[in-house]
Design a protein around this ligand. Sequence first.
Ligand code: SIN
Length: 280
Amino acid sequence: VEPLSGSLGAEIYGVDLSQTLDNQTFSEIRQAFDENIVIFFRDQNITPEQHLAFGARFGAFDVHPFAAGLPEHPEVLPIVREADDTARGFGNGWHSDVTFYERPPLGSVLYAIESPSRGGDTMFANMCQAYDALSDGLKQTLDGLTAIHSAGDTYGAKNNATLRRGHSANKSMNIRYGDDAEAEVEHPVIRTIPETGRKALFVNRTYTKHFKGWTRAESRPLLEYLWNHAIQPEFTCRFRWRKGSIAFWDNRCTLHSAIADYNGQRREMHRVTIIGERPY
Ligand code: SIN
């Protein structure tokens, strides 16, 4: 297990994820995941069934409500940006996945089917470290706050083309927009990670709309502060993909963003997302 940055992330060597993992190997991977909050594997060659079998060791699967999965395996989400697609693409912009669920994911396992010769890296930010770096005064204020999350700004039917620009909906992926995206859920702004007891900042630019009892306009300045605070270079790592690479991040205490800097080249990933606990 080799750390990738001073903040988070580690590459794990000597594991073949196409094979059934023995309990000892599984518990070492789980420990590396808890300690490093995003782990990476290289040079894997797995089928969707093997991808699902690895994910199943960590929990039950989510099926994305707005982006279509593989026809034969709806739990496997293809994340594609075609070579001629100039939209910024799915996953671009700092976020954690589907936090508009009552039980947002424990994590996602992302497998590179095809990666550009350069570009298309993914960045990750450590939200436990972001929390730790706040002042005691702001920690106290945030500890008592609840945030409202919704998919409305991203997948809502009322969205115009400008709001949708982050997605390559028409060209590369099969994305659905609907009024059901406006549904709202409440989450604590600070959550605790059960396995480590660490506290993490739990707001993201894509799905957090406002603080409960505050308007969007009132919430915006503090949310902007927190979103910018959380992605300081000191809290991040950056992963360069190759075909066969895998990233598995703890979605409860990381943000991530796929960098759209590879126009003219194709990128295809498969994502399996594992349901987590209700944040507390
Ligand atoms: C995602 O946000 O789940 C996708 C990230 C990526 O494609 O690198």
